[in-house]
Design a protein around this ligand. Structure first.
Ligand SMILES: [Zn+2]
Ligand SMILES: [Zn+2]
Length: 301
């Protein structure tokens, strides 16, 4: 199995000389098993170039796992050329977002008020599947498990397995925290209630750790640093430090920090890698390979 990174940026595409090394496209990852079956994780702007590559070998059959339908995870789909070609088969999966189905959100994104081409004009055979947490059945060549994670909408991380290897992609994920006491002063909090809430939070975090357990590659949302986090609590993204903690707790082999904040330049990400390497070693993760997710890179598992 191998994983190729087509978009590793969070929130908004960020092209320019200062992001040329790690890339400016938003979330998109290509997963291939040894037989060549294809799963795509998220359809951010990175999927445009992936689509151009896939056009060289038609007809296409693939599954697209959407973590959630925030813009940066679906914005490239209207530019995914294989979706316009008859004879291609595309199965798309996502949790339902509030009252809207996956098909409803994609159709809204391709409504005449915001885009010149409607979903009715997509000539490929496209099927939309709303999923819940648990095994995702029927994906050729792969075992897939959907693990709901902490984000302002229902959002799924995905564990994808094939050929005895496993990758977990968190999508957008903030380490679970006590939302009930957010913004309340310490002295106004009942310690008993706080302990109860913390127990619930711990269970949620343990479930995410269990789904990442022993994977060969963990692609983790680490948009912020701990010292940037205090005014971003509840925005749905983890810090680098939280990502390292998850990697150690889940005993992963390779940890790829991803969903880079658009303001983080290549130089800054290089600095973060140095800092994170030392921190990971100090946390007992010396054996874990660590990298900054980089557009265009392929990791063989
Ligand atoms: Zn995102
Ligand atoms: Zn999001």
């Amino acid at each position: 199995m191998e994983v190729t990174f087509w978009g590793v940026r969070g929130s908004i595409a960020s092209p320019g000389p200062e992001t040329a090394k790690y890339g400016g496209n938003t979330s998109c990852y290509e997963v291939r098993n040894d037989a060549g079956d294809l799963v795509i994780m998220d359809a951010g702007t990175g999927i445009r170039k992936l689509g151009m590559k896939l056009m060289q070998s038609l007809p296409l059959k693939c599954s697209i796992l959407i973590s959630h339908t925030h813009w940066d995870h679906i914005q490239g789909f209207p530019f995914f050329i294989p979706a316009f070609v008859p004879g291609n088969n595309i199965d798309m999966y996502s949790p339902k977002q509030f009252e809207k189905s996956l098909e409803g959100v994609i159709s809204s994104q391709m409504d005449y008020s915001v885009f010149p081409v409607r979903t009715a004009e997509l000539s490929a055979d496209i099927k939309f599947h709303n999923i819940i947490e648990g095994p995702v059945e029927g994906i050729p060549g792969f075992e897939v498990f959907s693990q709901f994670v902490c984000h302002p909408v229902t959002s799924s991380g995905y564990r994808v397995e094939a050929d005895g290897k496993a990758v977990f992609y968190t999508g957008d994920h903030e380490k679970y925290f006590d939302q009930y006491h957010k913004g309340i002063k310490e002295e106004d909090i009942d310690p008993e209630v706080k302990a109860q809430m913390q127990a619930i939070v711990d269970v949620q975090n343990d479930r995410v750790i269990a789904s990442c357990k022993d994977v060969d590659l963990l692609i983790v949302d680490t948009m912020y640093m701990d010292d940037e986090y205090s005014d971003k609590i509840g925005w749905g993204h983890s810090t680098v430090e939280m990502g390292l903690e998850l990697g150690v707790a889940a005993n992963v082999k390779h940890l790829a920090l991803s969903h880079h904040d658009p303001t983080k330049s290549d130089d800054r990400l290089d600095e973060i890698l140095k800092y994170a390497r030392k921190k990971l070693d100090d946390m007992g993760g010396k054996h874990i390979e660590l990298s900054i997710a980089q557009e265009g890179k392929t990791i063989k598992l």
